[in-house]
Write a protein that binds this ligand. Sequence first.
Ligand code: FES
Length: 165
Amino acid sequence: MMTTIALTVNGQRTTVDAPPMKRLLDVLREDLHLTGAKEGCGEGECGSCSVLMDRGDGNAELVNSCLIPVLQAEGATITTIEGVAKPTTPPPHPAMLPRTRRSPVRHLHSRHDPRHPPSARQAPAPHPRANPGRSRRKPLPLYRLHAHLRSRERRRNQNIKADSS
Ligand code: FES
């Protein structure tokens, strides 16, 4: 036997033709296609089928919809997880956010931190193993390196001749 039951679900008045002892959970999922409430245990233990139910006295209470026949929801206001999750106002579009001269990412970098102007900044400390004298020296050009090696070879040959005589 089917019964017409009127109820308000997530702020929308609706009527459902269902057997009076059909579980509210099944009416929500099968007839109203609100699948946010899930069947876990089916015995009122887990709470995965929870919905807010206001029977008209202004006090919404959390109930297990797997234990409630839809007849008991006659005239009630039901709020499912879909109704709770529904945003009242959409988040602002990024173009609507106030603009700053610099992007937030640049502010995060210490070089661009407006709280510390460049004059207040100190030069970075040298690396402990750095050798400033050597690092300033230019690398030897290749022709000079060859000349140095040739003269060293010449000196070595002269020393060998001097030792043998
Ligand atoms: S399904 Fe577990 S409490 Fe309803």
